[in-house]
Design a protein around this ligand. Sequence first.
Ligand code: ADP
Ligand code: F6P
Length: 326
Amino acid sequence: MEAKKIKKIGVLTSGGDAPGMNAALRAVVRTALSHDVQVVGIRKGYNGLIAGEIVDLKSKDVSNILSSGGTILHTARCLEMMEEAGQKKAANVAKVLGLDALVVIGGDGSYRGMQKLSALGINCFGIPATIDLDMQSSEYTLGFDTAVNTGMDALNKLRDTSNSHERCGVVEVMGRDAGYIALWCAMCGGAEDVMFPEAKEELDTKQIIQQILKNRSTGKRLNLIVVAEGVGGTQKLAEEIQEITGIQSRATILGHLQRGGSPTAIDRMHGSMMGYHVVEGIMRGETNKVVGFNGGKYELIDLDESFEMEKPLDQAVYHVIKTLSI
Ligand code: ADP
Ligand code: F6P
């Protein structure tokens, strides 16, 4: 059977923003236009779909955005979409708009929303975007590299001041449920220890303090400890370290600082390639797929099957951090 002629594609960004979303959006728009397909942007994630906040996107509407963090379409966490009534409204708007495909640039939650829409007859395509890297269907998710570089830069700076004062810096990085950012920041920023949600053995304050004292006894003049947001207790940990060891300690919480910034080359490259591959898939007549970067290649994966995939965090990274931080 000949593939249905694609005339109109919708695109939205959803969930937490991530550097590289704009690169993906630009690629979706320009690849679609290269096939003479009309593209409409849906503002503010699923909120905008439900409310019908639509803008026509031409090539020049995505000029000068490759280098910008955030998302020019804006994003949202949409409560209404969690309910069946909201999902039906969203699907209805997509039908009224005559969308032959809807591209969602977002994280795991956004993919769940897509799954609901696909069950209601909307042809949905996903581009993985979250600084947390915690999506099973792709080894890479847009925003991660930029966020880690921001965290690493902060650790570099904290190393300078911690060294000058011979202090201990306790740094909290983003990641409510996932420790990828924490592990990468700890490794690349040369931290001595890292607390992350998936840790096999729960690390307690006592063990961290023992490590700090041991490292001081072998000549370390500063300490850097990374804590993932999901573990928390960063301020308290710094206070306890100071109280028990007598080493002046300071807590720094990076928070949403890590979500902004000009995307790195990695995020621009993956954003552009993923946007391109999704549209090419749509043009070939694929239905309900998500793009993944796996084993060095871009692939389109069935949306439902993408939830069955697994991407366990490599616990060995923690062992290496510990081995190298003596
Ligand atoms: P992310 O996409 O970055 O993981 P969220 O988890 O906040 O961010 O999800 C983004 C949005 O996707 C939510 O605000 C909601 O509108 C929608 N969503 C999340 N989970 C579901 C679900 N189980 N069913 C329908 N929609 C969902
Ligand atoms: O999912 C990305 C992320 O930045 C997490 O690391 C963090 O826990 C969460 O979003 C914060 O969400 P919000 O922007 O809604 O505070």
